[in-house]
Design a protein around this ligand. Structure first.
Ligand code: ATP
Length: 680
């Protein structure tokens, strides 16, 4: 017997949890097996279905209190307005119920009907006034909640964004911190949602309390009876919600993959292949296949929900029947007047009306509070990772920046050293081109980032005129530097913003802007744009314009020039430029150095390095050679020489083939190549 009961319980539980999600044929074919999405940023997927009735009721005051706290910080006046309006609405509901009781008692009292009607008029007027008060309170609450919600969201988002840009780069690359950053981004929207859910919860609770209070005044037994009606429905709502969330969790990868297939069909980049290679029907077939299995799951959930709700309705119905029998008994024995019984029926209906909504709202409130909790945690955590404020002023003028046995490893790099014992001195006064060369991954860009203060060394020190960078005001260090990067960011804004965003601390200087554009060879490009500097450089918006990679690169160079910083780091500046533009950039770099700026040039083009004043060669994170280009070339067994010779060899003529045509000429059918000497 017991075994049979246990088996039945197991079957029920299995039906509740649902079958393991089977790998569909589409999933196997398209993705090579079961999909597992990285949901590590969302730490709360499972919390939704851990919530039970007890923890829900216990946690409710804290949750509502938290929402009120958020609202209070955003707008005290609006918070008071909402609270007062909701409270008054609850009171008006209780008064309304009592008024109905009074009205019924007057109408059902003995005596002439005309007399009874006359007596009922003032009560009816009072009831109307109370109902009007309730309606006005509802309107006031809506009016105040409208602007309050976005204000709460804005404040929370501002806190988030502020912290996001004020932390060290190191933190941005720390896996745990980044996960928190991802998770906390939902905190602002959740804070806003909390206000809405909290207002609904307060309104429903007050309505329930009003009904409960009136029932208690009518007969003490009626309150437990109300709870007996309410409880099964509350439990059913929770159970259906939990089941839905559990299913969501299991099927999330499936539905996301199906949605992704849908998006691929409308993707502009994929559009040519979809048409020419006939990919459309193939994707559509798999989309249909993946969607069909989800439809089955939805049907299963609907069956279970129908069963649970029916069961709950049966229990609630039995409790309601018992309540009405009790009312009949009380009427029969004369323990309750007919008018009071009528009011009780109305109070029971009022009390149970918004119940499903109430349970759901508390559930949401709980869930949203977890994301708001993440935001709070981010605020605390980011304090530990914040770029220190204050610090010593930069020495003036900065003469040298010295790396002394600098070691560095990226937080996400598994502790692998990227720079080891790097010691070098950069002249920071009088103008110079300092080139950093080395193979891919040798640490050149990392060294440049340390130079600009984006990272602090893990070992050794970086000293500005002998002062450790850790003791300096980092904002001042940033202020001393400008960066041109091959992958510089393309701001989806106007050309003007793209060139001047490097100096937002002062109004745009038109003269300097024109000078920067000319310097970067971007002046003609801008003149040809449909709206010149005001042209929007983003296709996301109507009227936006798209630049080519090389054109973006020129704007990036103009941006760094516009910043007008004493130290300019140029990291592979010419990767997307044509040969003429490239030659021009290197000429400009030299002229900037001649005018007093220090240029740190990172490049693989050995031909451009020959104009540098000093070259540092990195190999596997170590500084292996330093010197002028001539000195380094003279060392036949050196790294620099090896890199140089390798690149020069690519331009030598292929044996047996004659010299190529003149620059810009057409290549003859014989396949001859142009000979270019890399170095003098
Ligand atoms: N943000 C990062 N997190 C973890 N590792 C990184 C990060 N950036 C770079 N690295 C690693 O550090 C090493 C040095 O990279 P770096 O970009 O400094 O080299 P590089 O000499 O500039 O290379 P390239 O010539 O290819 O631009 C590489 O092994 C790279 O994988």
């Amino acid at each position: 017997m017991r075994a049979r009961r246990r088996a039945a319980a197991d079957r029920r539980r299995a039906a509740d949890h649902g079958p393991e999600v089977e790998i569909s044929a589409s999933e196997r074919e398209l993705f090579g097996g079961p999909l597992v999405y990285d949901t590590s940023w969302s730490q709360h997927e499972d919390v939704r279905y851990q919530l039970d009735l007890r923890s829900m009721i216990g946690g409710m005051p804290g949750l509502v209190g938290r929402a009120v706290g958020l609202a209070w910080r955003a707008d005290r006046r609006a918070t008071i307005q909402v609270a007062a309006a909701e409270l008054l609405r609850g009171v008006s509901q209780a008064l309304g119920l009592l008024g109905v009781n009074w009205l019924l008692a007057t109408l059902l009292a003995g005596g002439e009907i005309t007399e009874r009607l006359r007596d009922a008029v003032p009560v009816a007027v009072l009831l109307g006034l109370v109902a009007g008060l309730g309606a006005v309170c509802g309107a006031v609450s809506t009016l105040a909640t409208g602007p309050l919600e976005p204000k709460v969201e804005r404040l929370a988002r501002e806190r988030y964004l502020e912290r996001a840009y004020q932390v060290e780069m190191r933190a941005m690359e720390d896996e745990d911190f980044h996960r928190l950053l991802e998770s906390a981004q939902y905190g602002a929207t959740s804070a806003r949602n909390m206000i809405r859910h909290a207002v609904s919860v307060i309104a429903a609770l007050l309505s329930l309390a009003a009904a409960g209070a009136v029932l208690t005044t009518l007969h003490w037994l009626l309150l437990p009876m109300l709870l007996a009606i309410v409880l099964p429905r509350a439990l059913a709502t929770l159970s259906v919600a939990r089941r839905r969330y559990r299913s969501f969790h299991r099927w999330v990868q499936h539905s996301r993959a199906a949605a992704m297939l849908g998006r691929l069909m409308t993707n502009t980049d994929a559009a040519p292949e979809i048409r020419v290679h006939g990919v459309g029907p193939y994707i559509l077939r798999h989309f249909r296949g993946m969607s069909a299995s989800q439809e089955g799951e939805q049907a299963r959930l609907a069956r279970l929900a129908a069963r649970t709700e029916l069961l709950a309705a049966l229990c609630a119905g039995a409790a309601a029947l018992a309540t009405y029998l009790l009312l009949a008994g009380l009427l029969w024995t004369g323990a309750m007047a007919l008018a009071a019984a009528g009011t009780a029926v109305l109070a029971i209906r009022t009390g149970t009306a918004n119940l499903d909504g109430l349970v759901r709202q508390i559930n949401y409130l709980h869930e949203e509070s977890l994301y708001v909790g993440d935001l709070d945690r981010l605020i605390v955590e980011s304090e530990h990772h914040r770029i220190p404020r204050g610090g010593g002023a930069l020495p003036s003028p900065v003469r040298t920046i010295e790396f002394d046995r600098v070691c560095f490893a990226y937080p996400g790099g598994g502790g692998e050293p990227v720079l080891t014992d790097v010691s070098l001195t950069l002249p920071a006064e009088g103008g110079a081109v300092v080139a950093l060369v080395g193979e891919n991954g040798s640490g050149k860009s990392t060294l440049a980032k340390l130079l600009c203060g984006l990272y602090l060394p893990a070992g050794g020190s970086i000293r500005w005129n002998g002062v450790d960078v850790r003791e300096l005001d980092r904002q001042a260090v940033f202020g001393h530097c400008a960066i041109v990067h091959q992958d510089h960011f393309r701001w989806p804004m106007t050309a003007r913003v793209n060139a001047t965003i490097s100096r937002t601390d002062r109004p745009v200087d038109e003269e300097r802007l024109a000078d920067s554009a000319a310097h970067a060879g971007a002046d003609r490009l801008v003149a040809e744009l449909p709206r010149g500097w005001e042209t929007l450089l983003s296709r996301t918006f109507k009227g936006g314009h798209q630049l080519s990679g090389g054109q973006w690169q020129r704007l990036g160079i103009a941006r760094a020039h516009y910043r007008d910083a004493p130290l300019l780091v140029v990291d592979e500046p010419t990767a997307a430029l044509d040969a003429r533009a490239e030659a021009r950039v290197f000429e400009q770099i030299r002229s900037l150095a001649d005018r007093g700026q220090t240029i740190v040039l990172i490049t693989h083009r050995m031909a451009s390095v020959r104009h540098a004043d000093v070259v540092h060669v990195l190999h596997e994170g170590r500084l292996v050679e330093s010197g002028t280009p001539e000195e380094l070339l003279a060392d036949a067994s050196g790294h620099y020489r090896a890199l140089h010779d390798l690149q020069a060899a690519q331009f030598r003529p292929v044996p047996g083939q004659g010299p190529g045509p003149a620059r810009g000429g057409k290549r003859p059918t014989g396949g001859a190549r142009r000979t270019v000497e890399v170095d003098g």
